[in-house]
Design a protein around this ligand. Structure first.
Ligand SMILES: [Zn+2]
Ligand SMILES: [Zn+2]
Length: 392
């Protein structure tokens, strides 16, 4: 096996400075203009070929070595969240109400570091093929990956496989989780409208009580997972909004319930939707109300392919040591738009430990900060992945 990579401290110092600069200048989905300019300028400086414009702010870097047609995609996300940062350190957000609370500043930086290292050391690394560095906009809620794909990402850059990485608070620094199959859930929003018959609150016999019917439905929805789903499958049905009423003496005409469904398999998603529809019509009939439901499908589940997962386990083991690669971490019910890339191409999405996650350093928390100690590990992982998949 090749010797472990040695990084010059100045190289890691430069990357930490880039990471803090991006952290201080967060940008929301599809508005990552400054970040994209920074990424493109850095890639150009390293001698990496730059392609811009996919999904607006997307940046793709190409690094070729040798003559092989082999090609792999390495992906980072660039967007931040609409959240007011509560940290007080010098690199805190300068953009009020916008924050890198998911560590995409770190993901972007680590992939830049890999691009630079590979460009500077392509001969000694000895790879034969093309590494495609994909910097995507709008991972948070807006599906930037899907837009890049629609606009021709994989036609222009027909990669054999695609790889993603997310920092993970709660996993110690120096460890990674690499699991096959579904690792992040698919997500679907729903809206239920309950229509009864409004009346005086003191004369309930003259109306159809929307609040009672909607309350029964909230309770009944909890049987979808508990009583319909195979106990070894997983799903979540959460009602997160209940809007109704305008006065203490009026039984309202309408109630609106909203919430989210999380599943790992299309057939489970299908089953959950049919069960919700059944409960809506049953509760409607029982109360003489009218109930309609609309589903809004968002991200599909993120599903790792078996071969590429095994490759990533070996890569992670050679970077961190085999005993520091977690193989049976539970999947997350959170969602990830890298799922769209994994629907098109085989690949693997891994979690890199960001530390204990104490003091509010958890994803989407206003006290979160990406841990600069893991920059070198992330860069090593990407470089090693290129070496092991495109090596001569
Ligand atoms: Zn996030
Ligand atoms: Zn994220």
């Amino acid at each position: 096996m090749a010797a472990p990579l040695q990084f010059n401290p100045a190289f890691i110092g430069d990357l930490a400075a880039i990471r803090r600069d991006i952290h201080a200048h967060p940008e929301l989905a599809f508005k990552e203009a400054r970040t994209a300019n920074l990424v493109a300028a850095e890639l150009t400086r390293y001698g990496v070929e730059v392609h811009r414009g996919l999904a607006g702010t997307g940046v793709v870097g190409l690094l070729r070595a040798g003559n092989s047609k082999r090609m792999i995609g390495l992906r980072a996300d660039m967007d931040a969240l609409p959240l007011k940062e509560m940290n007080e350190f010098p690199h805190r957000s300068k953009h009020e109400g916008c924050m890198h609370a998911c560590g995409h500043d770190g993901h972007t930086t680590m992939l830049l570091g890999a691009a630079r290292y590979l460009a500077e050391h392509r001969d000694e690394i000895g790879f034969d093929g093309t590494a495609v560095f994909i910097f995507q906009p709008a991972e948070e809620s807006e599906g930037g990956a899907a837009v890049m794909i629609e606009e021709g990402l994989f036609e222009q850059f027909p990669v054999d496989a695609v790889y993603g990485l997310h920092n993970w608070p709660g996993i110690p620094v120096g460890e990674m989780a690499v699991m096959p199959g579904p690792v992040m859930a698919g997500t679907c929003a729903f809206e239920i409208t309950v229509r009864g018959h409004g009346c005086h609150a003191a004369m309930p016999h003259q109306g159809i009580d929307t609040i009672v019917a909607a309350s029964q439905l909230v309770q009944a929805l909890q049987t979808v997972v508990a009583r319909n789903l195979h106990p070894c499958d997983a799903a979540v049905v959460s009602v997160t909004q209940f809007h109704s009423g305008s006065a203490w003496n009026i039984i309202p005409e309408e109630a609106v319930l909203r919430g989210t469904i999380r599943t790992f398999k299309p057939e489970v998603q299908e089953m959950v939707e049919r069960a919700i529809e059944r409960l809506c019509s049953g509760v409607a009939a029982a109360n003489g109300a009218q109930i309609g439901v609309v589903f809004d499908h968002r991200y599909p589940p993120t599903v790792n392919s078996a071969t590429e997962t095994e490759i990533c386990r070996q890569v992670a083991a050679s970077v961190l040591g085999a005993d520091r690669v977690r193989k049976d971490e539970l999947p997350s019910m959170g969602a990830e738009d890298f799922a769209y890339m994994l629907r098109e191409k085989p690949g693997c999405y891994v979690w890199l430990g960001n530390g204990p996650g104490t003091g509010g350093c958890t994803l989407h928390n206003p006290h979160y900060d990406f841990n600069d100690e893991i920059i070198a590990l992330g860069v090593r992982y990407w470089v090693e992945l290129v070496r092991q998949t495109l090596g001569r």
